[in-house]
Design a protein around this ligand. Structure first.
Ligand code: ZN
Length: 222
């Protein structure tokens, strides 16, 4: 699982704390559908996480988990987004990030729509579907390699070419592949940085350099 705080791929140690129960306590058999709660500290950032587990319960072996859902923290700490990024984009990103632990499908729907909005509004790329738009964006000069890699993951994992609903009606809530919502968030984070944060940093570096050059020129004049 991904730690809801630090996003590191971790295994929350749970042997000590885990509990498992049969879904139906009146069941005579010793095994069946079951659930449980696990709690532990993220090995990477040391913060406290509580998971709801679903799986198959064996009286001797405990719960064999098929599915785990983070129930605490309720809203994860979203990565910091600077004020260079327009507020509506920041708000959508935070929402997609916050719901990812509870509903990756909802998160992916918000993310796909946000991705499309950025391509339309900041790049004026408007094509017949999201995949074509992403492909066109990826052709732009200077797109950093890590952004291209994240885009490739979304194109492949999300199988955008094969999913007209995801691809055309981007806000639609549809079935997704494992980690698709995570990769969409990754693409957005990199895209927001590339589009809004880096140009601002470059502007500041240029201004600082100009100031330095001017002061050298002034000194040599004197
Ligand atoms: Zn962590």
């Amino acid at each position: 699982m991904k730690c809801p705080y630090c996003s590191t791929e971790v295994h929350i140690p749970r042997e000590r704390n885990s509990s498992g129960y049969l879904s139906n306590p009146d069941q005579i058999e010793e095994s069946g559908d079951g659930f449980g709660i696990a709690e532990g500290f993220c090995p990477a950032c040391g913060r406290f996480v509580v998971l709801f587990l679903e799986g198959h319960y064996h009286e001797k072996g405990g719960l064999e988990t098929y599915q785990e859902t983070v129930i605490y923290p309720k809203y994860a700490n979203a990565p910091y987004l600077g004020s260079e990024i327009p507020k509506s984009y920041r708000d959508d990103f935070r929402e997609a990030y916050a719901v990812n632990g509870i509903s990756p499908k909802a998160s992916a729907a918000i993310s796909r729509r946000l991705l499309q909005n950025i391509l339309h509004e900041a790049y004026k790329i408007e094509k017949r579907n999201l995949l074509t738009e992403i492909n066109e964006f990826a052709q732009l000069p200077n797109v950093p390699q890590h952004l291209i890699e994240a885009i490739d993951a979304v194109r492949e994992i999300g199988n955008l070419a094969a999913h007209p609903t995801k691809n055309v009606n981007t806000g639609e809530i549809v079935e997704i592949e494992p980690h698709e919502a995570d990769w969409l968030l990754e693409v957005l984070l990199e895209l927001l940085d590339f589009t809004f944060v880096q140009p601002e940093k470059l502007k500041m570096r240029k201004a600082a350099l100009k100031e330095k050059l001017d002061s050298i020129k002034n000194q040599t004049k004197q």
